[in-house]
Ligand binder design. Structure first.
Ligand code: T1G
Length: 701
């Protein structure tokens, strides 16, 4: 199928682009545009229109081609052929003109769009920068400050805003892009409009404060800590403002290649595809029927229940919230109202949208009111017996075909399904707190969960803007099972001599949004304490891994919410600082358990916390709990703040090399004598054959 075709209508040559699914600029497409532009120079047309079939204008370079040998024609060669055209070239934009798509439009002499279109330069989200003149042309239209914001954020903007920033010249009325674009092009012809090359525009030095570049670098070193691309983008825009176009383009090309070859970009491109791959279920055909979800019920109006409910009303799906009594119900509805009010106060939500959402939530204490719900999500106390009681009732009142989901973090979904007569309709939908914000949704397939319920759950996850990952049933599923390894080693490093400050600094320097000790204080140390209250000594594991936390809770130091936990917190600024009382408490616990404290290197802390994540991830793969290593990466980046520029634990393991991972795990096993340091068989096998998780995944198909 030709990705580019050409037709003429009167004085206008139309260059049609058709490269589904998103008209990504593959080599074939670049070649097709290049030929079409050059061939049209000699015909009788007076202007050319560049327009796309399908759902969107060009959505960027073809990311799947990155990292491979460059192919002709080069991107900038194609854009120069557009810019040097003897007749005006007009870009007609619909859908999402992103990255190389917008850069192609900027090389045109004019740009028009339907009002529903969005444009943007999201390369920074791939650890890249616009590599086809975007950092040089955009500021020549928008000005320096707006260009820095647009390109370092990578966020798309609506057509109206793009018009205001001069990124586009005309908005087509209605959604009839072709007719509107043809009319606009004819107007340009009739008015003898010149070929305006953006590259020839200059940036007035008086239009920006030269200090903006260093100020932006400083801000980005905080906002995008450790990331290379944002800093390079500022360098490129400074070059656009201070150098001739060709020289600025050379700076862009140099820095683009540096980003392209960086491990950060490899990791972020890995995550781009991993996130999309995760919603593909092995053995589940695309034709699997999906049930329509037009109404949802949420059992439990606590923090989780309220957050879960918000996800659905945000996209217009009505929710019935059930609580055990009216007082609890009102409290639950108040949580939702408060969450929305905070967003309104921050200017993130209009009062009108808040009201529309609140109008879609109703409350009840009567299970009979849930009889017609298409999907019921249980979010009650994390106790198996209570959950089984809820599902017994749901099984009696809910209509046939209703999907019965549990939001459990740890409990056995098979044991919950077993109390119903419809285990095929039971599934785990594990949201992450705060449920209305965190993107990750673990979809837990129980032994009897039907394909239809899986497929429907994946579709629902996407509909509410979540990133779904399929998990099998085990204690903690994928994320929490791995996280408990990370938590154990954090506490053991603490009692063995590393300070809380050092542990948090090391992991924040690695790129975690927050160090593990600070996370405990934020979430509340009492959460783990309460979970352990219901566990046997054997289930609790090594007492050295929780004795400090228990001692803190028993002293009433629950974390930020009590002004003190592992750290003490300034009541005004909430700034954390170390507390000699805690140091003394740790030393007392070390003495109690006969632990000789010692100095730790930063590297040992990083290895002690990350390697168990990787090892447990490998065991999860061996057991078939996760479909593929990249799914585990998605869980960790979207659910636990793992730095996206390391690509997730399994991608990071491949980056450092599985032989290194295997050697370090074995060394810790010898050093501690603990079985949990035993390298997973999968790591041993792959290390010995010089392979990687990525190659193993490819072999698995
Ligand atoms: N290259 C290759 N494949 C792409 C792609 C791309 N740019 N964008 C999407 N796909 C695939 C995707 O993997 C999926 O495949 C299918 O298209 C549908 O995507 C030189 C260097 C456009 C907003 O970063 O943001 O230009 O799973 O599920 O939810 O300066 O795709 O079906 O097999 O996401 O409707 C810059 C990336 C590239 C935009 C549509 N552009 N794409 O979202 O569908 S770098 C981007 C998106 C660049 C230049 C630089 C979204 C979308 P499959 P989807 P969607």
């Amino acid at each position: 199928m030709a990705v580019v075709s050409y037709e003429t209508r009167g004085d206008i040559g139309i260059i049609w682009i058709d490269n589904p699914p998103v008209n990504a600029l593959s080599q074939a497409l670049r070649d097709g545009i290049y030929r079409a532009i050059n061939n049209a120079q000699g015909d009788s047309t007076k202007a050319l229109l560049l327009i796309c079939k399908g759902r969107t204008f060009i959505a960027g370079a073809d990311i799947s081609e990155f990292g491979k040998a460059p192919t002709e024609p080069a991107f900038n060669t194609v854009l120069e052929s557009i810019e040097q055209s003897s007749k005006p070239v007009i870009a007609a934009i619909h859908g999402t003109a992103l990255g190389g798509g917008l850069e192609t439009a900027l090389a045109c002499h004019y740009r028009c769009a339907v009002s529903s279109a969005t444009v943007g330069l999201p390369e920074v989200k791939l650890g890249l920068l616009p590599g086809a003149g975007g950092t040089q042309r955009a500021p020549r239209l928008t000005g320096v400050e707006a260009a820095i914001k647009l390109i370092t954020s990578g966020n798309p903007i609506k057509a109206e805003a793009a018009l205001g920033m001069k990124l586009i010249d005309h908005i087509v009325e209605g959604e009839a892009l072709l007719e509107g674009a043809l009319a606009y092009t004819q107007q340009l012809i009739d008015s003898n409009a010149p070929c305006i090359c953006v590259r020839d525009l200059s940036i007035d030095p008086a239009s920006y404060d030269p200090a903006i570049f260093d100020a932006s670098r400083k801000l980005l070193s905080r906002q995008a800590r450790g990331q290379m691309a944002p800093q390079c983008i500022v360098d490129c825009i400074e070059a656009a403002a201070t150098l001739p176009f060709e020289e600025g383009l050379a700076v862009e090309q140099k820095l683009f290649m540096e980003c392209m070859h960086s491990s950060q970009s490899a990791a972020m491109r890995h995550m781009f595809f991993a996130q999309r791959e995760a919603s593909k279920i092995k053995g589940l055909s695309k034709e699997t029927a999906k049930r329509e979800i037009k109404s949802v019920a949420v059992i439990g109006g606590g923090t989780m229940g309220g957050g879960i409910a918000m996800n659905f009303v945000n996209v217009g799906i009505p929710v019935t919230m059930l609580e055990i009594n009216d007082e609890a119900l009102q409290r639950g509805l108040a949580i939702v109202e408060k969450n929305y009010s905070i967003s309104v106060k921050k200017g993130k939500l209009s009062e009108e949208k808040k009201q529309r959402c609140m109008d879609l939530i109703s409350g009840t204490t009567n299970y009979q009111d849930l009889a017609n719900a298409d999907l019921v999500i249980e979010a009650v106390f994390e106790n198996l017996a209570i959950k089984q009681q809820v599902f017994t009732t749901l099984d009696q009142v809910c209509k046939p075909g209703a999907i019965l989901a549990t939001n459990t973090s740890y409990q056995d979904v098979n044991a919950i399904a077993a109390v119903t007569k419809r285990p095929e309709d039971v599934i785990g939908l594990h949201f992450f707190s705060p449920a209305n914000i965190m993107k990750l949704l673990e979809i837990v397939r129980a032994d009897k969960t039907s394909d239809e319920v899986i497929a429907t759950s994946m579709a629902v996850a996407k509909a509410i803007g979540k990133v779904p990952v399929l998990s099998g049933v085990c204690f903690g599923f994928i994320g929490n099972r791995m996280f408990s390894e990370y938590g154990r080693e954090t506490q053991l490093c603490l009692i063995e001599g590393a300070s809380a400050e050092q542990i948090d600094r090391v992991m924040e320097e690695f790129g975690m949004a927050m160090g593990p000790i600070a996370v405990s204080d934020l979430a509340g140390i009492d959460i783990g304490y309460k979970v352990r209250e219901g566990m046997s000594d054997e289930e609790k594991g090594d007492p050295r891994s929780y004795c400090i936390a228990d001692a803190l809770v028993e002293q009433g130091r629950l974390g930020q919410k009590t002004g003190a936990g592992f750290y003490q917190y300034d009541p005004q600024t909430r700034a954390r600082s170390s507390d000699p009382q805690v140091t003394a408490l740790i030393e007392a616990q070390a003495a109690k358990y006969g632990v000789t404290r010692r100095e730790f290197s930063d590297e040992e802390i990083r290895d002690r916390l990350l390697l168990p994540l990787i090892n447990e991830g490998a065991k999860i793969l061996q057991e078939g709990i996760a479909q593929r290593p990249s799914d585990i990466d998605v869980v960790y980046v979207f659910g636990y703040g793992f730095p996206v520029y390391h690509g997730g634990p399994m991608h990071y393991a491949d980056h450092i090399g599985l032989e290194t991972v295997y050697k370090k795990l074995s060394a810790f096993q010898q050093q501690t004598g603990e079985d949990y340091w035993q390298p997973a068989q999968l790591i041993k096998t792959l290390a010995e054959s010089g392979s990687s998780f990525a190659r193993w995944a490819k072999d698995q198909g």
